[in-house]
Design a protein around this ligand. Sequence first.
Ligand code: F3S
Length: 393
Amino acid sequence: MHLTRVEERIYQGEQGESLRKMMEILVALGEIYGAEKLIPVKSVQIAGVSFKNIGDAGLEWIMDLKGRAVVPSILNPAGMDLCRWKEMGISQEFADKQLETVEAYRKLGISIECSCTPYLIRSDLASQGDHLAWSESSAVAFANSVIGARTNREGGPSALAAALIGKTALYGYHLDENRVPTHHIRVEADLKGSDYGALGFKVGKIVGDEVPRFSLRSRPSRDELKSLGAAMAASGSVALFYVDGVTPDPPYAQKEEDLSLDRDEIDEVYDTYGQNCEDADTVAIGCPHCSIEELEGIAGLLEGQHVKRELWVCTARATAARCPDLVERIERSGAKVICDTCMVVSPASEKRRKMMVNSGKALAYIPGLCGIEACFGTTEGCIKAALEPMVRR
Ligand code: F3S
């Protein structure tokens, strides 16, 4: 891989051991994937924040680094609400480690806003055509597909390396040749809300890590696109998709595999995973983190009522701060608006028995990553369930 003189000097350690290590990560990845050079990135989003996932070894690694982020850089969700962790049942020991982790990132000049929806809270991070180094799979799918920016799905260390160096290796989704649709999926049904999560859950399993292009009857909203991408990234590992007439166009066309899905096939997800939600002890919404519009919808559904099961509504702290009235209306029902974290990356979920979700991504990840059962419903179905008492089996 070609390095400029400045890059070469960093690689040789002339700017210190931390930057040498960071450059080594970028070069190693570039060489594995046949990159010809490094390219500047507009912003970085860093996974590997929840202490549940990184543990002591990860924390030490971050604390040992010296340097400052040279491009706008932001964190993925942590393992707890950084302020209200006690209400989540998080132990003091975990909280201490989590706060230390976030502080270690802050010292590196990284914004400690912990969210998987950075595009909802900051407009300076990504525009069409920008090269990025983002980590979280749903954010990557949204950035590549809806914004039309270009990013691979970075691991925590490679994203941190990109933050401190300001560059990433030119391969994968940074190149036109990897951004061409491989499957054309015609959806013969009118979709709404969590139907997009169900569609994504289904399609991710079919296409794996390839690039689907959808022809849809209904025009998805921004939040519906975020659910679609998140679910495909989790049930498969889709990092880029297209929706005809909605997302930016592919760079060029090639022969695609044709598929079509009808209402029955979408309903299959509800039928398979939506049964037996009566005994879920917790209902969790906000994967990916809720937008203001979603919080508004939830506040409307809860108005004047009181939850009988635990209801978590996950969002970014910056989103919640923009609509304190909605947060207050939601919490008046007994539900909790949880910031900085989510039902998948927080160890608080492990203490629950069964979780009902409206997200295809949470449905795919909760059983494996939290070791509890998950079931699926629409947003309206989830709220209705939270308002009814749990049925013990
Ligand atoms: Fe975000 Fe957590 Fe879902 S990081 S996309 S809310 S699994």
